[in-house]
Structures are given as C-alpha cells and as structure tokens.
Design a protein. Sequence first.
Length: 276
Amino acid sequence: MSIKEFTFSEKECANTLLDFIALKLDSSKKRAKRLLDKRLVFVNKKRIWIASHILKRGDKVEVIAEGIKASVFHKDAILYEDNYYLIVAKSPNILTNGPRSLEDMLKKRFGDNRIQAVHRLDKDTSGAVIFARSKEAFEHLKNLFKKNLVKKIYRVLVKGQLETQLFTINTSIHGQNAVTHVKVIKSSKYASYLEVNIETGRTHQIRVHLASIGHPVVGEAEYDRKPVEISRLRSVPRQMLHAYKVSFNHPYTLKLVSVTAKVPDDFSQCLRCCSL
C-alpha cells in the first residue's frame, strides 16, 4: 500500500491531472487513465478521478500503487460444498459473475455450466458468495433471499472513531426502505472496525448508510467526497468491506448452513495500520 507523491509547479509542461501523472510516472496516458478510473489518485488529500482536472501551483498529487491483483482461484476458497450449493470466498478485485469472474472459474473447475451466483458482491468487496449448482437450486435460494431468510454478516473498517457501540441506520435509499444494524468491534483514533448486518439489500446499502453518518468505509471511492487527512487511509487501494458470514436453512435438507469467510490479508494489514 505505497504512495508516490508529487507537487505541481507552474514550470510543469502538463497541467491536466492525466498529463501530469503520465509525465511524473514516465508512463503512457493509457496507464495514467487506468489509475484515475480505479480512483487511485488524490489531489490535496481528496480523491480525484477526472482526467481533465486542472492542477494549480502547489497542488499535492498522490498516486496509490495499482492495488491488489485478483488471486488465482484455489480449492481452499471453497468454504462449503454439497450437491446443490457452493459457498466460496471471493477475493477482492474479481467480479462475482461474467467473463473472467469467480463464477466463470467455478464453471471451468467443476466442468459444469449450470453453476450460477445466487447473489453478488462488488468487485472490490471480498467474502462469502453462494453459488447454485442447478436452476432449481438457484430458484429455491433466490426465494429465501426475497423473503429475507438468508442472514449475511459483514466486517467493515470505517473512517473515524465511533462512540456508540450498537445502533441501527434506517435512512431510506432512493425512496426505498433500508435497515442496517451496526456493532462496533474495536475502534482507534483513526478508524473503527465494525460488524454489520442488513435487513434489506439495497444497492451499496452498507457503503451509503455508513457514509451518511460521517463514517465512510475506508478506501471508499464513490460515497466519500471529503479529503482523507490520514495518509495511512489514503494508501488503501480498495474498500475495506468483507462478507464475513452467511447463514440459511438449506432448501433441500432443511438443516442450518452457516459459513464464515476469514478476512483476507490486505484487510488484516489495514487493521494493523489503523492500530486495530
């Protein structure tokens, strides 16, 4: 999680952020644009991703190392397996489904094109994902999701110190009801480590709700528009959000299935950096 720092002066022959990054990194504009698209660039401690952003004298530009590479799939990632379902630990920086996704890897590994993700995690979110091994199994579990009978618990690292140990956020999102329950596991002056469970499944619900109370997810690139004052938090290349546990009553056996996915190494490293 290293950062390269540069200061813009009027002597520079490039004054757009894109041109300045390409110049200072001695790289192509294509690579510079990729860094901006991944939101790995800060100007005066504020995340900026507009290529045409005009720099002013004295502006401090920071570029985060290109982040983490998607892990190659290995058998240890399979947390649960039976004839109907797979529960797999998704690494960060990989899609849940689509080309070159975790779903695609599972289809190839098991030689079965019927395998289908029952729900999705954002590309930068790690943790437990459930896959169905048939269309029928998919529909059964999808029905449990619709009835809110699948319990998901997340581990989250947010900016700032939270004083209240247990609380609920119920602010609507795009006019829809949304309920998020939060428990503080540990906090420091830099950040707080939380356990979160959601009653509803709105798009980016956890990220939106935590940002709304002034404690955005560390590494948040979409809902945190304020300057990130602490350098150790600016160096985080992805959102520190992890699907820690998933539980449901098996549609076929009727037994409780409860699976935990340990936080990945980059998450643990970030916790240590924040004295947690």
